[in-house]
Design a protein around this ligand. Sequence first.
Ligand code: NAD
Ligand code: MG
Length: 385
Amino acid sequence: MKVISILGSTGSIGTQTVDIVVKQGDIRVLGLTANQNIDLLEEQIHQVHPEVVAVMDEKKAKELKKRVGSKVKVLSGMDGLIQVATLDQVEMVVTAVVGMIGIKPTVAAIKASKDIALANKETLVTAGHLIMDLIKQYGVQLYPVDSEHSAIFQCLKGENIREVHKILLTASGGPFRGKTTTELQHMTVKDALNHPNWSMGQKITIDSATMMNKGLEVIEAKWLFNLKPSQVEVVIHPQSIIHSMVEYKDGSVMAQLDVPDMRTPIQYALNHPHRLPNDVPRLDLTKVAQLTFEKPDMETFKGLKLAYEALQKSGSILTVLNAANERAVDKFLKQQIGFLEIYDVIAFAMDHHKNIQHPTLQQIFDAEQQTYEVIEKKWMSERNE
Ligand code: NAD
Ligand code: MG
């Protein structure tokens, strides 16, 4: 029986992972973590019977402890997350937290020789060079959960990575595909949360609307598959049926197709190299009828352009891109800034950063803090002048 921990079990990826595990019946979940949602975490405790759980929020952790008594060990804070990620018997850690908060537990898990099923793309975007080195150093496996990267991973099987010409990373285009800058100006949180194909957490749904999600995925692909930025091309594919493609040197293109449902890539990461039955709806190509493709509009959806720019420079600017986006999305969700201001915040933070090549973990966390300060102290005050 495979033994796993799930970091961020109460989120969109986390709950779908629990769903797969429960239905599969042959995976033991030893640890779970959540930020604040102890009601759902408590439900999950009854569902999968973990030995240890961690809640980021100290108060909520105390409350949960009262509720569950001695049934399960309740930890809190970052130390708690790290303990869940490094439990002795655990073989694989599913990283389904959102944001670069995932860096520390992911690093700890790799150093404790755990395989990683990675959904948490912000960790690879900001610390990709360090994570990939650690993966090699500790001889563990990293399985992508992100549907595009899972597709690429599958299209690369049995092939030689040196014979890859480029990756065709597909993007739905999000809820605002085809809109002009003038139209985007007035888009509300509700509009942006209305994704046509995928049901996901709030942050990634906003990232899909800005196309920053695809930008982060270009960077994620670069680190996962050791590619040059010019080898990752984004193709808009509104039906989200082809999850990505690999073009080889001879011009041959391999694609992976499926319905847009994250349970399939999650299940594949959990069980690799095996493919198990599940109750995800089947792809019916005659119903889909048409698969269409377009070039991305990087002038309107600047998120993608900013991501390529950061990737070209590489180094700590990648942390700035990501941290500025995390803060800007948070502000947009709280209705403190408008939709297009998300791009302004990121561009401003990137302009105010002195780039460091190959940053250490500490330099990554410093760049993150500096980014928040630049946004709060400089950008916000200039905006409110
Ligand atoms: P979500 O917001 O639904 O869930 C996030 C989880 O992380 C929750 O369990 C939450 O409790 C926890 N969390 C949030 N902030 C935390 C903090 N400060 N400290 C500790 N825990 C915290 O997010 P999601 O949509 O499930 O996405 C998770 C990750 O997977 C993201 O990196 C996202 O980009 C990636 N991803 C998601 C999807 C999807 O379909 N949802 C697809 C591909 C990749
Ligand atoms: Mg994706």
